[in-house]
Ligand binder design. Sequence first.
Ligand code: NAI
Ligand code: MG
Length: 339
Amino acid sequence: KTHTAVLIPGDGIGPEVTEAVLKVLKAVEAPVEFHPHLAGLTAMEKHGDVLPESTLDAIREDKLALKGPCTTPVGKGFTSVNVQLRQKLDLYAAVRPVRSLPGVPTRFENVDLVIFRENTEGLYAGVENDIVPGVVTSMKIVTEKASTRIARRAFEYVQKRGRRRVTAFHKANIMKKSDGLFLRCAQDVHDAEFPDVEYDTFIIDAGCMRLVQDPTNFDVLLMENFYGDIVSDLAAGLVGGLGVVPGANIGEDTAIFEAVHGSAPDIAGKGIANPLALLMSAVMMLNHVHATQDDEACKTAASRIKQAYNQALADGEKTGDIGGKLGTMGFADAVIARL
Ligand code: NAI
Ligand code: MG
């Protein structure tokens, strides 16, 4: 069976890494047909809208998308395409596995974290107001509904995958009501539904300190939107950087797969961006299709790609950001050669 998915190449390095990933998917004969749609600056230029309704409708129809990064201009009145997509499609769980890779030397060897970031509210609700000249507010919205469902996702994941523990990062000592509610929901989900899964909490600043001191002490991390954004990049730094960390934005029946990194304007157009983060996101997509539709061909394609990129890295075939010499397509070809 051939599955259909929307493809959003995105801005900056987006089209480059997308092309590389498509080449690998084609080589492995992944049973997915892509429908290209625009979002981001390219959509703005063509349709006068960073997130055209036609793109949203296409994702609603396919319920699956692979997405490159989209630039959000600072201070020009745009709401981030990424935040909009997640909110409009209610993709409430950002799932970001952060793992050590063969041939990518870093301070710690056995990092294996999965970040569960609430993806629809918190400080990214986008409710900002000018109060009087020189004074603005930014509202942090926390609901029991969103906090409960993201906590449930994290605990379910630990249980299904046979992992160890959920750790919630928070600042409920200061933000007693908002983070307090988030924390109470996580505790309630634990007590009522997953009493046998280990659960603990860290005040986020101290948690970050412990994370960089020894990430191997952590397993699954649960946090609200803003903290999750920052901690994802921090955690990426522990395993080789933004070029190697994939992600999924998952709702009830729709999912968008994209790397944690942005459009990297500093290296865009040079053919040197690492396509691995998006390739890993594509592997997550294939595994997601396998898990939700029981398609063995997707599982096979996913594991072949994973095995091939691990082999490429172990052979020293890698891009500049992680200490190699290859460009974007050079790495894709090295993976293809090992399929
Ligand atoms: P960024 O993630 O684009 O880049 C940060 C640093 O990491 C840069 O030095 C960049 O060269 C490097 N980097 C990122 N991805 C890489 C890759 N695949 N290979 C090699 N090096 C890589 O973050 P930045 O510069 O803060 O944001 C740029 C734009 O991206 C902004 O407009 C931002 O809003 C947008 N953005 C979009 C995201 C998305 O579409 N999901 C996520 C994060 C940022
Ligand atoms: Mg981010």
